[in-house]
Ligand binder design. Structure first.
Ligand SMILES: [Zn+2]
Length: 429
């Protein structure tokens, strides 16, 4: 038998273990925000990987956003080193899940297995991917005593809220300095390799007015009307301009191959009344309106250009519109990132997909951002991809699930990749 045939048999023999592991992970509700049960899930992973011969470390990202005594930001890093030196392959998965939301017909934290699918919040995004990488790594170290380099598995906090208490923290502490290849098992489909993601620029625009009695608005200045002028200028010039910008990045779905902007929220005038309040609002001219914009940009654009497109509109209105005054608060930004299609980790996973699934891998780029940004920017590591089981469309939805066969196929691809990169030398049994 070839090394890959041996490893495949071992991975396929672990199907029940893979199911049970995925269910266990789903049954630890790691809702974020606020960041619940990180210690529990990291402890669970640490115990398991220690039993499999990994050296484990629990790391709290103290002082990062959201970290508190009640909700500490825990992370786990497990490492299994070979006797011969070589390259280090790191699988990184986030352990947090988003809120449940409405519309579930199954227990979101039950991990029910039905018709080959495991249901639960985080099953697809991305506890199924985490479980697949653990099974692949465990099978590999059981099957091959002699290989070169090291395998690492990390479970990290807060990806859903920016990753500052997770991958960003580990990258700042130089945890990726000795890593050569990173695979993030996000749910991008088992036959696709995700090379990176678009950029992000979030900003809050505030317009100012002057408060007055609502019966005499001419004595004040309505901030909401000023904001209306901003919106109408955006409709006239900005949105059409964005629709004309196309990227060469293989972003999926197709709509995200253009530059996009979402109006995240709009607030002006009196706050929404508390529930149950039946009175009328008071007659007041709003002196302040705020709008949060969520701009996703392409690798062909720069953050400067993205900012200037917005400030150009605001400055034009300042010149042309009486009493128009604004503030712009930049809230968050992420530079687009894309690993080269011929980077070593891409080539290796591509080969594995061909071997396991008998087809050519599709290269894609994610419309939204994920932890690769920190590995690239802070960790200075370009050789990073997202590859994992599950359908991206199911992420964050009710009745989220992951397919058991998809997880097994992904585990086979990951195992094949480990053989390719870590060169096991054991003789066939
Ligand atoms: Zn995710």
């Amino acid at each position: 038998m070839t090394p890959f045939q041996r490893l495949s048999a071992r991975i396929l023999g672990k199907k029940d273990d893979l199911i049970a592991l995925t269910q266990d992970l789903i049954r630890i509700p790691t809702l974020n925000p606020p960041g619940e049960n990180y210690r529990e899930i990291c402890g669970y992973l640490a115990d398991r990987l220690a039993r499999s011969g990994f050296e484990v470390q629990l790391i709290r990202a103290e002082g990062t956003p959201g970290d508190s005594r009640k909700y500490p930001r825990w992370n786990v890093v497990a490492r299994r080193e070979a006797t011969t030196s070589g390259e280090c392959v790191h699988f990184n998965s986030h352990i947090d899940v988003v809120e449940i939301g409405q519309g579930w017909t199954r227990d979101p934290f039950g991990g029910a297995l039905e018709d080959g699918r495991i249901y639960g919040r985080g099953s697809c995004d991305m506890k199924g991917g985490l479980a697949a990488s653990i099974i692949a790594a465990e099978a590999f170290v059981e099957e091959f005593q002699n290989f070169s380099g090291a395998i690492e598995i990390s479970g990290t906090a807060d990806e859903e809220t920016g990753g500052y208490g997770g991958v960003a923290y580990l990258a700042e502490k130089k945890h990726f300095s000795h890593v050569d290849h990173v695979i993030i098992p996000e749910p991008l489909h088992k036959d696709r390799i995700c090379l990176g993601h678009r950029g992000v620029w979030w900003a809050e625009i505030e317009t100012h007015g002057e408060i007055a009695h609502g019966s005499m608005p001419f004595l004040g200045d309505c901030a909401v009307r000023h904001m209306g002028a901003v919106l109408s200028e955006m409709e006239k010039t900005l949105f059409p301009a964005l629709a004309k910008k196309h990227t060469q990045m293989p972003v999926v779905p197709d709509g995200a191959k253009n530059s996009t902007m979402n109006i995240n929220s709009l607030h002006g005038g009196q706050a929404e009344p508390e529930e149950g309040f039946t009175g009328l609002p008071s007659a007041v001219v709003p002196d302040r309106a705020r709008m949060i914009i969520d701009r996703r940009y392409l690798i062909e654009e720069t953050e400067d250009e993205v900012r200037t497109e917005v400030t150009d509109i605001l400055d034009k209105l300042t010149r042309e519109r009486e009493n128009f005054r604004y503030d712009l608060h930049e809230m968050w930004s992420v530079t687009p990132t894309m690993t080269a299609p011929d980077a070593p980790v891409v080539t290796s996973v591509e080969k594995a997909i061909r071997e396991v699934l008998g087809k050519d891998a599709e290269h894609v780029v994610s419309p939204g951002t994920y932890d690769q940004k920190h590995i690239d920017r802070i960790g200075k590591l370009k050789n990073c991809i997202a590859y994992g089981p599950g359908l991206l469309e199911l992420a964050h939805k009710p009745d989220e699930y992951v397919g058991v066969d998809d997880m097994l196929d992904s585990a086979l691809v990951m195992g094949h990749t480990l053989i390719d990169l870590l060169h096991p030398t054991d003789l066939p049994a």
